[in-house]
Design a protein around this ligand. Structure first.
Ligand SMILES: Cc1cc2nc3c(=O)[nH]c(=O)nc-3n(C[C@H](O)[C@H](O)[C@H](O)COP(=O)(O)OP(=O)(O)OC[C@H]3O[C@@H](n4cnc5c(N)ncnc54)[C@H](O)[C@@H]3O)c2cc1C
Length: 388
């Protein structure tokens, strides 16, 4: 039996959240080890759309995004394309939903405006607007490259001395006398004063090994890539409110994010229950739906041929917001997971918040108190639903 490895902080999971936390902790001089069962980005972090927006109903969401952007720009300036994040609506109800939030967002400093058919046609040359009543765009929003951000974050964390160890499946977190003691993985064990669980969609399983329950569960989402469409290289991230279809450029190509279809073929814009996770394979019906929907939205998208498609999990919570902070029943145990589709845009700042919490006992970059696990244990969540 090898003797345990020692560190100030052991982070479980090398996705965007775990690696951003490792980077920020290492920057503050902490001795950090990250245990990852696959490789950095093996979970959801390399599979997302990379959209970022400050258009949220809750100010703290926008604050996390706003605090993330400078950190990302420093690590990977070329990873962000601030070309706008556009919601378009086909119905009065959709338009009302978009317009309702706008004053609130402006009150916390978000540059957001309603747009009409003509504006949309200027933003996306050739788009079919006849069925659209209008939309809403965030001018400081856009999309980025999550893989590049992760790659640079890993490199920066390693440069500062963080150990990111791949192929270490964590099998148990051990606690004694109410204090976290040891993390066991398939290769070795780690003794650390603090343990951060950042396992995305798998966080509940990992925390269950020390008897802690958290309401985080996986929800499959699917993306396909097609192209080239060079004339659309500069368009905003675009989301149809009613159908949930998103598209945005990746180089000359476009990525299409597809909603799930229920067994009887109905559109499922957001998870309806915490049922068992769908396997990570792409549903051919979603590809056909996307071909049809995209063709109706833009003539360049007629007869789309997908070069690749993939599925990965959103890490859902009951109020579509992450759980960030201490686990009260086990001293030294922390969690940062459950980003419900927003983990790319918020993770860089979350890393800073976690590092402040673990080293100074309080997060200053953004007040993360509302993300406490306590909101699901009697206290009430104050957040607005916010999946797309
Ligand atoms: C299709 C799709 C589109 C998305 N689009 C956007 C978007 O436009 N904008 C946005 O902001 N966000 C988006 N997201 C969400 C974003 O990708 C995630 O919120 C984010 O990547 C979560 O990062 P994470 O580090 O928490 O989790 P992950 O990246 O999943 O990392 C968790 C890591 O933990 C590891 N792990 C799990 N169990 C163990 C164990 N027992 N031992 C060791 N390691 C373990 C996993 O292998 C994994 O690498 C999207 C997600 C999906 C699926």
């Amino acid at each position: 039996m090898t003797s345990p490895v020692r560190a100030d902080v052991c982070i479980i999971g090398a996705g965007l959240v775990g690696c951003a936390s490792a980077y920020q902790l290492a920057k503050r001089g902490a001795d950090v080890i990250v245990l990852e069962r696959g490789w950095p980005g093996a979970g959801s972090s390399s599979g997302g759309m990379g959209g970022f927006r400050q258009q949220f109903a809750d100010a703290v969401d926008a604050e996390l995004v706003r605090a993330s952007l400078p950190i990302i720009r420093e690590l990977a300036p070329e990873a962000l394309a601030p070309r706008g994040y556009l919601f378009v609506a086909e119905t009065e109800a959709g338009m009302r939903e978009l317009a309702d939030g706008i004053e609130g967002m402006r009150a916390f400093g978000v540059r957001v405006r309603m747009v009409d058919q003509r504006d949309i046609a200027e933003l996306i040359p050739g788009i079919v607007t006849a069925d659209l009543l209008g939309g809403r765009i965030g001018d400081d929003d856009g999309w980025g490259d999550p893989r590049l951000v992760l790659e640079r974050t890993v490199a920066a964390a390693r440069e500062l001395g963080a150990r990111i160890v791949e192929r270490q499946n964590v099998t148990a977190i051990r606690a004694r006398d109410g204090h976290v003691r040891e993390v066991e993985s398939t290769g070795f064990s780690v003794v650390a004063a603090s343990v951060l669980v950042a396992c995305g969609a798998w966080t509940a399983d990992v925390l269950a090994t020390c008897g802690v329950e958290v309401p985080i569960w996986p929800y499959r989402r699917q993306i396909a890539r097609a192209g080239p469409f060079p004339a659309l290289r500069q368009i905003p991230m675009t989301i149809e409110c009613e159908s949930g279809l998103h598209f945005r450029p990746r180089g000359d190509d476009q990525l299409f994010s597809m909603p799930n279809l229920t067994r009887d073929g109905a559109l499922e814009k957001a998870p309806t229950s915490r049922g068992p996770a769908a396997p990570l394979i792409v549903d051919p019906r979603a590809l056909s739906w996307t071909r049809q929907k995209a063709a109706a939205r833009h003539p360049d998208f007629a007869a789309l041929r997908f070069a690749e498609s993939w599925a990965c999990y959103y890490e859902m919570t009951p109020d579509d917001h992450p759980i960030i902070g201490a686990v009260p029943e086990v001293e030294g145990l922390f969690v940062a997971a459950g980003f419900s589709g927003h983990g790319f845009m918020q993770s860089a700042a979350v890393g800073a918040c976690v590092a402040e919490l673990l080293t100074d006992g309080v997060s200053r970059t953004v007040d993360i108190g509302d993300f406490s696990i306590e909101r699901f244990r009697g206290a009430r969540s104050t957040f607005s639903p916010s999946v797309l």
